[in-house]
Write a protein that binds this ligand. Structure first.
Ligand code: URP
Ligand code: ZN
Ligand code: ZN
Length: 453
């Protein structure tokens, strides 16, 4: 199978030039002007941007959480990702307390194999790490799972104490692997939630009002300080607020290997969504919560200044009618998470590049290259073309996620993926699905190589 992409404008993290690309057996083998080669498939990419496929380093497909399971599995979730221009994801395997991390990895391999239509890797969520389990981490690294997520939030569920945090961080550093942190002081937040419930506060907006941004900032400060002592690169996931970003900035200015991602929801949505009537605010119940609008400018500034290095989705969809409903009479029972895997590239292209906030090269860095470097995947590929579309649950071109609402309903985006190529094969073309379930390979990742990010 060979593929020739002609006359495209090729954008990478640093380049911007016109050329042809020849892909043979899943790998780019030639790039040059007016290539004189025969190919099984030829794509005319005149007036189109050709960019590396998007990498979403934070998704939750088929994830048991909040008394239910996220609505997209590896089949529907990866297909929706592909339609949105994302050709690789890194999802999360979850260790069950008292059980080995290898068991968790096997469980998640079974969830993905034969279903994923794009390539996927796993971070391991560690929930329990007595001394005798610490050596498991090296075996995980050898199996291509070279990053861990640790939670300061969700006491009694995914939360780990600072001792466990430090043990995991020290070993991860010794193995050349990295730590992803959910940085929010869940212990204090739980106290605030308890009082709110006792006072009869039940609406979705109380999810946000019980999770102050200062508790996110405290988690970011503490996790970076512990990582610094443990000598491990740390990556703060789903950073949502100016207060939290300030802690990343201070650490980076001290020369610490501290990194962070934000997500489209924190760049485009805000606290007021929770105030929508008839329980609609539940659609945006996620953790951390949406913040006051002014935070968005600070986050965009952070993306420009390289205080934030990547944009993921934290895609964790729950249907409004059946699943969000679980918290109708108690905000603390609303499953935490929102959909976005399909919307990330368009939203960031539109809000970032088209609206003049970031360059095309920065767009590629933030949606693909930096995650690839940080998580041992560099490089992957895909295309995106400028046009204009409305994101809507009713727009068949823009909604393939298995969830009954769009978090970005009505958003107009200039820039959506027209032709998506995964390992040399066209998998989406002008709204038509050409991929196949099970074609996605497990990404056996390398060790940390993000020193200059
Ligand atoms: O609300 C969220 N973010 N749900 C997914 C779990 C997590 O904390 O990433
Ligand atoms: Zn999290
Ligand atoms: Zn998450």
């Amino acid at each position: 199978m060979s593929l020739l992409i002609k006359n495209g404008r090729i954008i990478t993290a640093v380049d911007d030039y016109q050329a042809d690309i020849y892909v043979e057996r899943e790998t780019v083998t030639l790039i040059g002007k007016d290539l004189k080669v025969q190919a099984d498939t030829v794509i005319d990419a005149s007036n189109r941007l050709v960019i590396p496929g998007g990498i979403d380093p934070h998704t939750h497909l088929d994830m048991p959480f909040g008394g239910t399971t996220s609505a997209d599995d590896f089949e529907t979730g990866t297909r929706a990702a592909a339609f949105g221009g994302t050709t690789s994801i890194i999802d999360f395997a979850i260790q069950t307390k008292g059980h080995s991390t290898h068991e968790a990895l096997e469980t998640w391999h079974r969830k993905a194999q034969g279903k994923a239509s794009i390539d996927y890797g796993f971070h391991m969520i560690i929930t329990d790490l007595p001394d005798e389990r610490v050596p498991e981490m090296l075996r995980l690294a050898e199996e291509g799972v070279t990053s861990y997520k640790l939670f300061m939030a969700y006491p009694g569920v995914l939360y780990v104490d600072d001792g466990t945090l430090f043990r995991a961080m020290r070993k991860a550093g010794e193995d050349g692997t990295v730590i992803c942190m959910h940085a929010e002081n869940g212990i204090v937040i739980d106290e605030i939630v308890k009082r709110a419930r006792a006072e009869g506060k039940t609406d979705p907006k109380w999810h946000a009002l019980t999770r102050p941004d200062r508790m996110e900032a405290e988690g970011v400060f503490r996790s970076i300080a512990i990582a610094e002592v443990a000598k491990v690169p740390v990556y703060i996931v789903h950073l949502s607020s100016a207060a939290a970003l300030e802690q990343v900035r201070l650490a980076r200015n001290r020369g610490v290997h501290a990194h962070a991602e934000t997500c489209p929801q924190y760049l485009f949505l805000d606290y007021t969504y929770y105030e929508r009537p008839h329980f609609e605010g539940a659609k945006w119940v996620m953790t951390p919560a949406l913040r006051e609008r002014w935070n968005q400018d600070v986050l965009w500034q952070g993306l420009r200044m390289n205080e934030l290095q990547a944009i993921s989705t934290d895609h964790c969809p729950f249907c409004f009618k059946e699943q969000k409903e679980l918290g109708r009479s108690d905000f603390s029972k609303i499953p935490n998470g929102a959909p976005g895997i399909e919307n990330r590239m368009s939203l960031i292209f539109n809000g970032g590049v088209a609206q003049g906030r970031i360059s095309l090269n920065r767009f590629v860095q933030l949606t693909s290259t930096n995650a690839a470097k940080f998580f041992g995947l560099f490089p992957k590929k895909g295309t995106i073309a400028a046009g204009s579309e409305t994101i809507s649950v009713d727009n068949p071109l823009m909604h393939h996620m298995r969830v009954d609402y769009s978090a970005y309903e009505g958003f107009q985006v200039k820039g959506y993926s027209e032709t998506v190529i995964s390992r040399g094969k066209v998998i989406c073309d002008k709204g038509e699905w050409k991929g196949s379930s099970g074609r996605g390979n497990f990404l056996k990742r390398g060790r940390y190589s993000g020193f200059n990010l």
